[in-house]
Design a protein around this ligand. Structure first.
Ligand SMILES: NC(=O)c1ccc[n+]([C@@H]2O[C@H](COP(=O)([O-])OP(=O)(O)OC[C@H]3O[C@@H](n4cnc5c(N)ncnc54)[C@H](OP(=O)(O)O)[C@@H]3O)[C@@H](O)[C@H]2O)c1
Length: 332
């Protein structure tokens, strides 16, 4: 079984990883238990972040697995991310050092800027909460944080650099300024929200898309739920294909994502789901016709709208995503 798909730099990445955000529902221990199950099931890519509040427990799980010979460090691909309240001078480097200490690692494989704004919301906050200190995107502020990620790669603290929650206009603004370009970009990707423009933009530039919420995040926090949100696993196109393969619709979402080349990072605490999710991308592939049917089923339904990061004067969550092709509230 070929267990690799993508070449990033000199690295071969698995076709799938496991997420570690408990969605404000699963505590740190639930998540680290899931990572332990995933390691033993054969997962080697782990999508971590300081804001998930569980890197110290995940670090214990990594140490145990490596110590017991379950896997070697060099066979793992560990992602971590700097949270929005740590973009200031020196803070990004302090944040990666803290994540490395918590994860018990000498380096992460990729270090991401989690959001392109320094706008903070408290863990577990409600959807209507706003931080009065929030500011619109600024190329200068972004690059000041990115320079520290570049330094982290220079110092060997991270092998690759990554961005997350970006748009094409923002990438157009920052990519020409990057000394170290992002090797990976994390974005929301599932059948009801395929982001073909951003996806193709990244692929065309040799940047690996990493797809978050690949199953449509059925357990997502209340702040990320809105009337009219599509449930991917109930989409008729997905259900029909699931029935044809005799599998859960969630697995159709993952097969489609991996076959598209998106590197999905589904989360689950349930062992049968953890095992089935991994196997799904290595067996019983979707046909070209099924891939086309899902490709045509896009509903442009963003789930993580991010409204808690809005600044005073912003019109609505759409301003975070540059829908008209210009950066809303942009400042140099
Ligand atoms: N960069 C970012 O800003 C960002 C944002 C969001 C997420 N992420 C990352 O992406 C990861 C995944 O996102 P997510 O957890 O929100 O969404 P997701 O992976 O689409 O959905 C996870 C949920 O799907 C259900 N599930 C998983 N496998 C299943 C299966 N085989 N059959 C049926 N149901 C299944 C589980 O629900 P139950 O719990 O009800 O079983 C699980 O909680 C996160 O953990 C995080 O690492 C990154």
């Amino acid at each position: 079984m070929d267990t690799t798909l993508t070449t990033v730099g000199k690295s071969q990445l698995p076709r799938i990883g496991i997420g570690t955000f408990g969605s404000d529902t699963y505590g740190a221990e639930n998540v680290s238990d899931a990572v332990a199950l995933a390691l033993r099931a054969g997962y080697r890519l782990f999508d971590c972040a300081s804001v998930y509040g569980n890197e110290d427990r995940i670090g214990q799980v990594f140490a145990e697995a490596i110590g017991e010979g379950v896997c070697r460090r060099e066979d793992m691909f560990v992602i971590s991310k700097v949270w929005n309240d740590m973009h200031g001078e020196g803070q990004v480097l302090r944040s990666i050092e803290k994540s490395l200490s918590d994860l018990g690692l000498g380096y992460v494989d990729a270090y991401f800027l989690h959001w392109p704004f320094p706008n903070y919301h408290a863990p577990g906050c409600g959807g209507d909460e706003r931080n009065p200190d929030s500011v619109p995107f600024s190329t200068g502020r972004f690059m000041a944080a990115w320079r520290q990620i570049e330094e982290a790669t220079d110092r060997g603290l991270a092998r690759y650099a990554g961005m997350s929650n970006m748009t094409i206009p923002k990438l157009e603004a920052v990519l020409p300024l990057c000394r170290v370009r992002p090797a990976l970009i994390e974005m929301e990707l599932h059948p009801a929200f395929q982001q073909p423009g951003l996806f193709d933009y990244c692929v065309a530039r040799g940047i690996q898309p990493v797809g978050f919420c690949p199953i449509g995040s059925p357990a997502r926090p209340t702040r990320d739920r809105a009337p009219g949100d599509i449930v991917d696993t109930e989409m008729p196109e997905i259900v029909k294909i699931a029935e044809a393969h005799g599998i859960h619709p969630a697995l159709v979402c993952l097969k489609w994502s991996a076959q598209r080349g998106a590197l999905p990072i589904p989360f689950s605490v349930k062992e049968p789901q953890i095992i089935a999710n991994l196997a799904s991308v290595y067996e019983d592939p979707l046909t070209d016709e099924e891939m086309r049917a899902i490709g045509a089923a896009d509903r442009d339904c963003r789930l993580v709208k991010g409204q808690v990061f809005l600044w005073e004067g912003a019109r609505g969550w759409e301003d975070l995503w540059d829908l008209d092709g210009t950066i809303a509230g942009s400042a140099l």
